[in-house]
Design a protein around this ligand. Structure first.
Ligand code: ZN
Length: 447
């Protein structure tokens, strides 16, 4: 058990007694895959969803009841883009602390990027992450690298990585610079029916930059990264996907140019999906203010006009997924001059609340749309079985409190790092409880 002074508690699976039979009473069950949005009871027994309905089956004897009145009961949330830093940088985050942060954020599954040290570029390293994740409060699906060592020179062995549990490949943190290498990777990925997740950045255009190139970077005297650094590679990767017939997923979309290209490609029937992150639909380059290094990430915060386009693309379905790009850094890498600071911000413990506050509470997304983007779609993209609450399915469930207001204080985080761009934000809504395979792994406001 890991308890925070504020009353949040993580219960570690396999280490303590979990009631085998739980009743979640009178919640608003939102399960878009089954077209369900209704006030219902949910019964969980022996790790699976036993029933969903208005009435309780006669022989159902719960050992624990959760009163979900006023709450939403949804399929367990999934964050398909996180950096857990293990192996190699356990001072920033570990698989243990990262999955606790995930459970506290309402996630029952995360997909972790391979840019660790060593890089996840072969079977044994994928297997290591899978095994370390076995007794964690959140499922981990590793992503293998596209190229060995992320060096862009030689393809990683996709087949053995997939057999060991990798669900996708990506060189995230870097773009695959050579178009021919990317073409080969896309062709290779088809044999394993996995998506290639594209970090889109023209490194020649972005080299030496620290924030979005524009009026604000000029005023602050910082070298800029032009938005076309992203747009060009998004366009290239879409063309390569169209040419090869492979499936791509564009990571952390941040510009209007990328969105236009993706929208167009989807119309043409290209096999492309994409994600954005909470900071791109809430913040923009003007928010860097007084050189706030917790607002420095890659791709950088764009202009207010880009932010409006991202919000519009979430609403019209061009953006399939909301992912955090959780990127922990120790304070020595952030409490420095802006141009010396590392790129990246954490997000697992704020992602849901930021999306609730800025998208659902403002009627940009319906609750069911949010569940699609934070549960169903990431599961489908990675070819996983989760993201729905059908009877007989594994009971990965998130209970969302959509009303409670709270103030972000990174001192309360389960994550090892504190580099949030949302410190001090007043947010509305949070995860009330997280249930993993029928076991309650997280509860807010326990006494
Ligand atoms: Zn990236």
């Amino acid at each position: 058990m890991n308890r925070k002074p504020g009353g949040q508690t993580i219960y570690l699976p396999g280490q303590e007694a979990h009631p085998a039979c739980i009743l979640i009473r009178n919640g608003r069950v939102i399960d878009p895959a089954n077209g369900v949005d209704d006030l219902l009871n949910v019964g969980v027994e022996n790790g699976v969803v036993n029933f969903i309905g208005k009435e309780l089956p006669e022989r159902f004897r719960p050992q624990e009841e959760i009163n979900a009145e006023g709450m939403w009961v949804v399929p367990g949330l999934m964050d398909m883009h996180v950096h857990l830093r293990e192996p190699g940088r356990e001072d920033k985050e570990t698989i243990e602390t990262g999955t606790q942060a995930a459970a506290a954020g309402g996630f029952t599954a995360v997909a972790c990027m391979p840019n660790t040290n060593p890089v996840l570029d072969e079977e044994s390293k994928i297997r290591y992450v899978v095994q370390r994740g076995m007794y964690c409060p959140c499922r981990i699906f590793p992503i293998g690298s596209i190229t060995k060592g992320l060096l862009g020179e030689e393809l990683s062995p996709f087949g053995e990585m997939v057999r060991a549990g990798a669900r996708a490949v990506s060189d995230d943190g870097k773009s695959v610079r050579k178009s021919n290498m990317m073409k080969n990777a896309l062709n290779y990925s088809k044999s394993f029916r996995i998506p290639v997740i594209c970090h889109c950045e023209d490194c020649d255009l972005s080299a030496g930059g620290h924030m979005n190139e524009g009026l604000v970077s000029t005023r602050l005297g910082l070298r800029g990264i032009p938005s076309i650094a992203e747009d060009i590679i998004v366009t290239r990767d879409i063309m390569l996907a169209e040419y090869t017939g492979a499936r791509i997923h564009i990571a952390h979309v941040s510009t209007s140019g990328s969105l236009a290209a993706i929208r167009d490609a989807k119309k043409r029937g290209v096999n492309v999906t994409c994600e954005t992150c909470p900071h791109y639909f809430t913040l923009c380059d003007t928010d860097i203010g007084d050189y706030d290094t917790n607002r420095k990430m890659n791709p950088p915060l764009s202009t207010p006009a880009d932010r409006s386009q991202i919000v519009a693309a979430l609403a019209d379905g061009t953006i399939d997924v909301i992912a955090s790009d959780h990127a922990p850094h120790v304070s020595e890498e952030k409490d420095v001059e802006f141009d010396a600071a590392n790129f990246g911000v954490i997000g697992l413990e704020t992602s849901l609340a930021v999306a609730l506050t800025y998208l659902v509470d403002k009627d940009i997304l319906m609750p069911a749309d949010l569940v699609e983007k934070m549960s169903l779609n990431p599961n489908r993209i990675l070819g996983l079985d989760g993201g729905t609450l059908s009877k007989g399915k594994r009971a990965d469930i998130t209970i969302i409190d959509p009303k409670t207001k709270w103030k972000v204080d990174s001192a309360d985080f389960f994550s090892k790092s504190r580099n949030t761009p949302f410190e001090g934000f007043e947010l509305k809504g949070c995860a009330h409880a997280t249930i993993l395979g029928g076991a309650i792994v997280y509860m807010r406001n326990t006494k």
